[in-house]
Design a protein around this ligand. Structure first.
Ligand code: ADP
Length: 483
């Protein structure tokens, strides 16, 4: 890892404006998934350090909350500028700890930074309301106030953007934050903290703790000072955190797993659909919660679509993400590749055909060959589990109503995609899909200007757009009598 500014590589946690080790001085190793090489260590913290970070955030809250939105905006914009100015280093750090190709990491830094810029501005527009009164001697007003100390728990697949998507709106609204990054990717988070400090975010306003997830999570969810937990990760952990938050009745936002259908109708522009499915399926080697997980192709175009997709997938270059031209990095860890292997074996055993790939890659480690399976059916495990790897299962369908029923036949409801040109169909299908996000003739849907989030067991709350900041405020009703 070759950084222009080596001081962005921080191996300590950041609490109350200080770079600190664990109380017991224990650390854990962080490795590069492409090479297995150790990148460094970070503190193995637990409940005690987390409680101190929460306390630091609470102590910083009154002064941060008291600033005007414009003052907070100015500081956040400096943070945005610094992230952009250090884009290359942040991307290199990310590729080293996460494995995604450098071009994708560069893109994620821009995407992550966009939330800082967007919410710096949105903070100025947290308008209240005056409500027509119910009595002549009364006036009724509604104001929005920062919810208080916020905890953010984030996964490894977007080591930068998942943090900014939660923390930027929280900070812009006047909240202070304790962020816990994933064990696999702490350095992107710590680099953000370094830049936050340089931007002038005051001590204690933004804290990062690294360490034992269960212990940090137990403190975050039970500590009454934390008023809001915003989590992105697996459905199982999201459910656990929601249960744990019940005792202190915290607000929760959850962005959990998906099982995205990607439907290609006979009237689709096939070349556009191929571009869309490649972007949706193979970005980050298939490791995003909005990756196409079930690709339904209508009879009339099934063969042509499979043939075109096989050509596109065959051209993907697998390798170390820091090398030029690579579009598929390694999977994040051993458990990830074991899961992909299990799902492919199960599908093949039940009758699926491997058109491309289907095996671990010759590079070894956690590299998996981009794969297409055809003749996939709903009894195969890959139709109900999130694959989180570069495997595209193709299902054949004939009828619109039937494919909508199949697409919705899951406890999840994050993203769905479909390709069609008939305008009636476009509206029918878009409205019938039980998902929080629908890409229509579009495979990449993430943007800071729009609300991102799921329905059903894919989560609660929305991130981005004008909605994202509402998750971090409380609505207060003022009733002024005796006028
Ligand atoms: P993934 O399968 O994507 O790794 P996880 O839900 O396990 O998803 O992880 C997402 C984030 O949740 C990570 O930061 C992880 O450390 C954290 N996490 C995992 N288990 C817990 C827990 N019991 N309490 C709090 N955080 C947890």
């Amino acid at each position: 890892m070759d950084l222009n500014d080596a001081s962005l590589f921080r191996q300590q946690a950041y609490i109350g404006g200080a770079w600190v080790d664990a109380d017991n001085a224990k650390t854990f190793n962080v490795t590069n998934p492409a090479t297995g090489a150790q990148l460094g260590t970070v503190p193995q913290m637990g409940r005690g350090e987390t409680a101190r970070a929460i306390q630091a955030a609470n102590e910083a809250l009154p002064a941060w909350r008291a600033k005007t939105a414009k003052e907070r905006c100015a500081i956040l914009k400096r943070w945005f500028d610094l992230v952009m100015a250090n884009q290359k280093d942040l991307a290199a750090l990310m590729t080293a700890e996460q494995g995604k190709p450098l071009t994708e990491a560069m893109g994620e830094i821009v995407y992550g930074a966009s939330f800082i810029e967007w919410f710096a501005e949105e903070g100025k527009r947290l308008y209240g309301e005056t409500i027509p009164t119910n009595a002549p001697d009364r006036r009724i007003q509604v104001i929005k106030q920062p919810i208080g100390v916020v905890a953010s728990i984030t996964p490894w697949n977007f080591p930068n953007a998942m943090i900014t998507r939660k923390c930027a709106p929280a900070l812009a609204a006047g909240c202070t934050v304790v962020a816990k990054p994933a064990e696999d990717t702490p350095y992107s988070a710590l680099a953000l903290a370094e830049l936050a400090e340089r931007a002038g975010i005051p001590k204690g306003v933004f804290n990062v703790v690294t360490g034992i997830a269960q212990e940090i999570g137990a403190e975050i969810t039970s500590n009454p000072t934390v008023r809001k937990v915003s989590f992105t990760g697996s459905t199982a952990v999201g459910k656990l955190l929601m249960k744990q938050c019940a005792d202190t009745v915290k607000k929760v936002s959850l962005e959990l797993g998906g099982n995205a259908p990607f439907i290609v109708f006979d009237d689709a522009d096939l070349d556009a659909a191929i571009l869309g499915v490649m972007a949706s399926k193979y970005r980050n080697a298939g490791q995003t919660c909005v990756c196409a997980n079930r690709i339904y192709v209508q009879d009339g175009v099934y063969e042509a679509f499979a043939a075109k997709m096989a050509v596109a997938v065959g051209a993907l270059k697998v390798g170390d993400g820091s090398e030029g031209g690579v579009s598929q990095g390694p999977l994040i860890n051993q458990a990830a590749i074991d899961k992909v292997e299990r799902l492919v074996a199960d599908a093949v055993a039940k009758g699926a055909k491997v058109v491309v790939g289907g095996t671990r890659h010759e590079l070894g480690g956690t590299f998996y060959t981009p794969t297409i399976l055809t003749d996939v059916t709903s009894d195969m495990a890959c139709s109900s589990e999130e694959i989180f790897g570069p495997v595209a299962p193709l299902y054949r369908f004939s009828d619109e109503a039937d494919v909508i029923q199949k697409a919705n036949d899951t406890p999840f409801g994050l993203a769905a995609y479909f390709y069609a040109r008939d305008v009636g169909r476009v509206f029918r299908v878009a409205e019938a899909l039980e998902y929080g996000i629908v890409g229509i003739n579009e495979g990449i849907i993430s943007t800071e200007v729009a609300p991102f989030g799921g329905v059903k067991e894919s989560g609660l709350g929305r991130e981005g757009g004008k909605y994202g900041i509402e998750e971090f405020v409380e609505v207060k009703y003022l009733c002024l009598g005796g006028i």
